[in-house]
Design a protein. Structure first.
Length: 492
């Protein structure tokens, strides 16, 4: 019995796939074949063109060898489509010229490498690659059942505060809000110091009481969307903060932190292309092309926020996953199993630890996916833990460069820098000519004189590169480069 779909897609990032057959009661021999050029597609490490219908190439399925696994791989960086056939035989008498397969299963193999044409993207070396399961990333929505109604606020002076989502009177109490913390302290300990007296029902409270009741229809439009825990910008109306705006950007922490968080402003309040029937495929690029970078925060170890997160990350990387479930057959009364364990910040102890439960109650929910999902999600609450990987970060700011009575959109990204050049500016006097000095031995004029990146007449970023984020980094604020004159320091 095959355990895969009829199509397998290979990419540059994932150039292989595993196609598995399982024993279904009938002994079978399986041998693949494919009509494709040599050295293009490999099955179990061998060129598919090397396969023959013989004992040396077929895999046997029996009651004892109940899985036949085929690894499909290509190292080709061009697009191709082909059909891989699995011929199934009920006999190993392959020397018999009359033997025919009893069944043939065809799988469509599509190779879709991520190849970018020369000139479309810069050819400079990327020295800081982002790798799945290592790089931290932003979440589009957080969950108070995982994180509690706690957030970490960073202001424009790089001060850090523990605060709450104000979804109840108790959570709005100043005792639990605007509590300044040091970049030299630890998140787990600070949470205990600030929130250990907060009633647990309030800590894990959901904004709207019946939000989790998915079976109850919401008849009012305002009730159909709960955006309290969503990523995004909002106006701040809070006497504790002088800033006008805040942007919630929950961060899932892995073993590598971003270098910066940057906020961009996009003028206007709607996308014209949405209403004109235009192609929306490049809508995200439009945001980058037409926006201004207005504020950034460093997450590097020398910055208060970066040091604070790095200290917490040192505890997080010791945990393989925030939840470990021991899955057993509920029908077996005496089945042996390890306990289910949740790992997180213990609100009452101020440390990152694990707490376990017997599998009995988990097994009672196994027949209903909705109940099972809720049971696992609420495990942090039952054990007075907060998911260690998620930090609800909110960045607060004011935008003084906008006119009164105008409306704008704000969005933010976590950024990892790729340093192209290290330069310094030098002048003999305040009115003298400015020289650019290389600090890394590279010739930055190659970049500044590039007609691919900068328009040779006007000096502005070319259309092909307007959706890239080039910046000047003075280790205080990121300044987005839109004109080569900014680098040459023609604009003072």
């Amino acid at each position: 019995m095959k355990r895969f779909n009829n199509t397998a897609i290979l990419t540059s990032k994932n150039p292989e796939a595993f196609l598995n057959f399982t024993f279904d009661g009938t002994e079978q021999w399986i041998c693949p074949s494919c009509n494709i050029a040599a050295n293009t597609l490999y099955v179990n490490g061998l060129d598919i063109n090397s396969y023959e219908v013989s004992l040396g190439f077929a895999l046997l399925l029996t009651s004892t060898m109940d899985v036949a696994s085929f690894q499909i791989f290509t190292d080709k960086n061009y697009k191709f489509d082909t059909t891989l056939s699995f011929n199934i035989y009920d006999s190993s008498d392959f020397d018999n010229p009359l033997i025919l397969p009893i069944e043939t299963i065809d799988v469509s193999i599509k190779n879709r490498p991520f190849i970018i044409e020369e000139g479309v993207i810069n050819t400079y070396t990327n020295e800081d690659l982002l790798i799945d399961d290592e790089a931290s990333y932003m979440l589009m929505r957080t969950n108070p059942k995982f994180t509690g109604n706690i957030k970490l606020v960073a202001d424009t002076s790089n001060y850090l505060y523990l605060d709450t989502f104000k979804v109840s009177d108790i959570l709005s109490n100043k005792k639990y809000r605007h509590q300044i913390v040091s970049g030299n302290s630890a998140l787990a300990g600070d949470i205990r110091n600030v929130f250990s007296t907060l009633p647990l029902g309030e800590l894990y409270r959901v904004d709207v009481e019946n939000t989790l009741e998915i079976g109850i229809p919401k008849t009012e439009y305002k009730d159909q969307y709960n955006v309290t825990y969503n990523y995004g910008a909002r106006l701040i109306r809070d006497e504790l903060y002088p800033e006008d705006n805040g942007l919630l950007a929950p961060l899932w922490i892995n073993s590598k932190l971003p270098d910066y968080f940057a906020i961009f402003r996009l003028d206007g309040v709607y996308n014209p292309s949405t209403y004109t029937g235009s192609n929306l495929d490049d809508l995200a690029f439009k945001y980058l092309e037409d926006s201004n970078l207005i504020r950034s925060w460093s997450l590097k170890p020398e910055a208060p926020l970066g040091k604070y997160l790095a200290t917490h990350m040192a505890d997080v990387v010791k945990i393989q996953a925030p939840v470990f479930l021991s899955l057993t057959d509920p029908s077996l009364v005496k089945a042996e199993s390890d306990p289910n364990t949740w790992y997180g910040i213990a609100v009452d102890k101020g440390i990152v630890t694990g707490r376990s439960e017997t599998t009995y109650f988990f097994n009672q929910k196994a027949d209903n996916f909705t109940d099972l999902n809720a049971f696992v999600s609420q495990g942090f609450e039952r054990n007075t833990l907060l998911c260690p990987n998620i930090v609800n970060l909110e960045y607060i700011f004011s935008d003084e460069d906008v006119s009164l009575y105008t409306m704008h959109r704000y969005f933010g990204f976590y950024l990892t820098e790729n340093v192209l050049y290290k330069i310094a500016y030098y002048s003999d006097s305040s009115t003298g000519p400015i020289e650019i000095i290389s600090l890394d031995g590279k010739d930055s004029s190659e970049f500044m004189n590039s007609s691919v990146v900068f328009d040779p007449i006007y000096g502005t970023i070319t259309d092909e590169y307007r959706n890239r984020i080039f910046v000047l980094n003075d280790e205080v604020q990121l300044q987005r480069i839109t004109d080569v004159g900014q680098i040459r320091n023609q604009y003072k």
